[in-house]
Design a protein around this ligand. Structure first.
Ligand SMILES: Nc1ncnc2c1ncn2[C@@H]1O[C@H](COP(=O)(O)OP(=O)(O)OP(=O)(O)O)[C@@H](O)[C@H]1O
Ligand SMILES: [Mg+2]
Length: 670
């Protein structure tokens, strides 16, 4: 067996073992969280102030202090259902409860609410028996689009913005408004847009919207009515419901603890204030340097305003960083000092030991960069599970993930679909499984994307294959589509089955899948779907991206000699569901609050990180810098920053500048 095969077997086994270990893992008794806290942290935990604000840099034990605070409250006799713990993600909430379960019985812990603001709203809604149905933004956007189709709107608004843009505005308005109406708020937004218009055409377009501003108010009101009528709700309605609930019910909550406070928005703060006015005490924990959700209405100013908003506030600072090496903290601090210091913070590195210097690698092209990173990881002495690759936007992860898989390195895509989850890739893999005999009915149902058959015909094909020993002849015999065009494609599919009979090379099978006329159906569907999500992207670029993705699948197949090997590679990639084993690939946004021994921050160029296009829509370059700060401070011991000089993923390769943050951090290439 070749060296790479032995590795593949080993990694596959390791991934399986990890999964089993997690399943078996028993609760272990731990030292009380209070015993592990330092003096500064304990001061916050035992604060007698009515409200408290803990502002401290990354890795100083803010989240650990929250656990300590809950322990203290419970020990002092506060009832568990009088405490709510508001976290940025549901997973963070669950993890806090798991930590508490090591010290209190599950009866006690299950009474504490821990989760996001939204899930708290949902819980109250369920408790009150309100039957609202939570709808996806996508569905609500189509509701808005349908209202925009009404004559009254169509005839009065020239060249309106898209329904999804308007839905975005509505969300932002509800998250950030004071007392103004939607049209007043929107008018101010349009004014800003008008002033920053680069072309006459875009200025004219905004002007037309400003003239029809009352129609946008009409649209908003209609939308609210429609939602009410259909009993739909969105995430903001869940937040708003918390206020409504407490208008009707007494507030039993004595203590509200909020983690990642810097990323709360105006609406969430209104809810908090209302509950505080009804007797709850607020214990907010955050770091203004890590405020990274400006595009969603969060505003670092909430941190500055906290003491003004709440009477009798204790402000605490934690200055000891336990997470990262001195060198890593140095780089992160050099960079973040370019932003406004809202409340002074001190930071002392506490980690002892000898750690490698952070390194910077500048590659010629993006692809060389990804390969370089994969090779470094391949020869790293860190366990794959302790390594994370961080990027500014999700599309950086796709190519990176595929190269790691090609090299047989297990990966976990955190909070976003894995490479193999894309509908097109998943469909091709389903076709491959049908050919190699490892398919389930679900794989047959996926044929709907490849053969273009309705689900019923797909199911008939599955049933047929169960009846006959030869797949091609069984389908020929038992499946009789009534539509002529479908009949032709089913025939193409039968031909595919015949052509691949007896072939075991995954690469050859995928080549034949791509050469078959059915592939055109898949390609067209994929294109249509991508176009819907990227309306302003040129067709040629979308086509190119799809081709690249499929080429990668071929490359992965080419690196495997047998179906078993290919299946193992498929299993090396997973979505984060239950603490899966592997190198974590995630956006900086998704990495909030997490820590890893070894971190690679990739694509550090002026086009990708900072992402000036996204920065314009959000809170500008300062927020991009905060993202960079969050990325660096995830690393405990080992940090690698990588960048490239030429973007070779575009049809015409383009030279780019390296990220300004590299310079600001003071790191140099060795
Ligand atoms: N007093 C302490 N002594 C030793 N280690 C500590 C102490 N407090 C926290 N830690 C450890 O420091 C690391 C960072 O802690 P934690 O995640 O609570 O920081 P944080 O301030 O919430 O970070 P972030 O800003 O990234 O959310 C964790 O590994 C935690 O176990
Ligand atoms: Mg934290």
């Amino acid at each position: 067996m070749s060296k790479s095969k032995i590795r593949l077997e080993r990694e596959y086994k390791r991934k399986q073992e990890f999964r089993n270990k997690k399943l078996r893992q028993k609760q272990t008794k731990e030292l009380s969280p209070l015993d592990t806290l330092n003096e500064e942290q304990l001061k916050a935990v035992y604060s007698k102030h009515k409200h408290n604000l803990i502002i401290a840099s990354a890795g100083t034990g803010k989240t650990s202090t929250i656990i300590g605070r809950v322990v203290r409250l419970l020990q002092e006799g506060i009832k568990p259902d009088e405490i709510i713990l508001l976290t940025f993600t549901s997973k963070a909430g669950t993890e806090m409860l798991e930590r508490l379960e090591k010290h209190f019985s599950s009866d006690v812990v299950s009474e504490i609410f821990a989760g996001t603001f939204h899930s708290y709203g949902k819980m109250l809604m369920d408790k009150a028996g309100i039957p609202l149905k939570l709808k996806k933004q996508k569905d609500l956007t189509s509701l808005i689009a349908s209202l925009m189709e009404k004559n009254i709107f169509k005839q009065n608004v020239e060249n309106p913005y898209s329904a999804s843009a308007i839905n975005g505005y509505i969300g932002l308005y509800e998250n950030t408004r004071d007392n103004e109406t939607f049209s007043e708020w929107l008018m101010a937004k349009f004014q800003e847009k008008y002033e920053s218009s680069k072309t006459e055409a875009s200025a004219d377009r905004v002007e037309a919207q400003m003239q029809a501003i009352e129609m946008y108010e009409w649209l908003y009101q209609e939308y609210i009515n429609e939602k009410k009528f259909h009993e739909f709700c969105d995430f903001n309605d869940l937040l708003k419901y918390i206020g409504i609930y407490y208008n009707k019910n007494p507030n039993r909550v004595k203590q509200i603890i909020v983690d990642e406070y810097q990323d709360t928005n105006t609406l969430q703060n209104k809810v908090l204030k209302k509950m505080a006015d009804m007797g709850s005490r607020v214990f907010a924990v955050g770091d203004y340097d890590q405020s990274i959700y400006g595009f969603n209405g969060s505003d670092v100013e909430v941190v500055r305003e906290f003491p003004k908003r709440y009477q009798d506030t204790g402000i605490f600072n934690l200055s000891k960083n336990y997470r990262s090496s001195k060198q890593i903290l140095g780089l992160a601090n050099n960079c973040i000092e370019n932003n406004d210091r809202i409340i002074p913070k001190r930071l002392v590195a506490m980690k002892s030991g000898v750690f490698p210097e952070p390194t910077l690698k500048i590659y010629e092209t993006i692809r060389e960069q990804y390969r370089g990173v994969a090779e470094m990881i391949d020869s790293s002495h860190y366990d794959n599970n302790d390594i994370a690759i961080l990027f500014r936007s999700n599309n950086s992860g796709n190519l990176m993930e595929a190269i790691l898989i090609e090299m047989g390195i297990p990966t976990v895509r955190v909070k976003s679909g894995s490479f193999f989850d894309g509908v097109d890739i998943a469909t091709m893999v389903s076709v491959y499984r049908i050919i190699t005999g490892s398919a389930t009915v679900l794989d047959f149902l996926n044929l709907n994307n490849y053969v273009g058959a309705d689900k019923n015909t797909c199911k008939e094909m599955f049933d047929a294959v169960q009846r006959g020993s030869n797949k091609a002849s069984a389908i020929r015999e038992y499946v009789k589509p009534t539509i002529y065009s479908l009949d032709a494609r089913v025939k193409d599919f039968i031909r595919l089955l015949e052509e691949t009979e007896g072939i075991t090379s995954p690469f050859t099978i995928f080549r034949i899948i791509i050469d078959n006329p059915c592939y055109q159906v898949l390609f067209n569907n994929t294109f249509e779907m991508a176009k819907r999500f990227n309306k302003n992207t040129e067709d040629s670029l979308i086509i190119e991206q799809i081709e690249q993705k499929h080429e990668l699948l071929l490359r992965i197949a080419q690196s495997c000699d047998t179906p078993r090997e290919f299946n193992m590679k498929l299993n090396l990639s997973s979505k984060e569901e239950d603490n899966e084993y592997g190198v974590k690939l995630l956006t900086v946004h998704a990495s909030k609050g997490l820590e890893f021994k070894s971190v690679y921050v990739i694509d550090l160029s002026e086009e990708r990180f900072p992402n000036l296009k996204l920065a314009k829509g959000g809170a500008g370059i300062d927020e991009e810098r905060r993202l960079f700060y969050v990325a660096l401070t995830r690393a405990e011991e080992h940090l690698v920053l990588t960048t490239y000089k030429v973007d070779d993923t575009k049809k015409t390769p383009k030279g780019v500048q390296i990220s300004r943050f590299i310079k600001e951090s003071g790191i140099t290439e060795v």
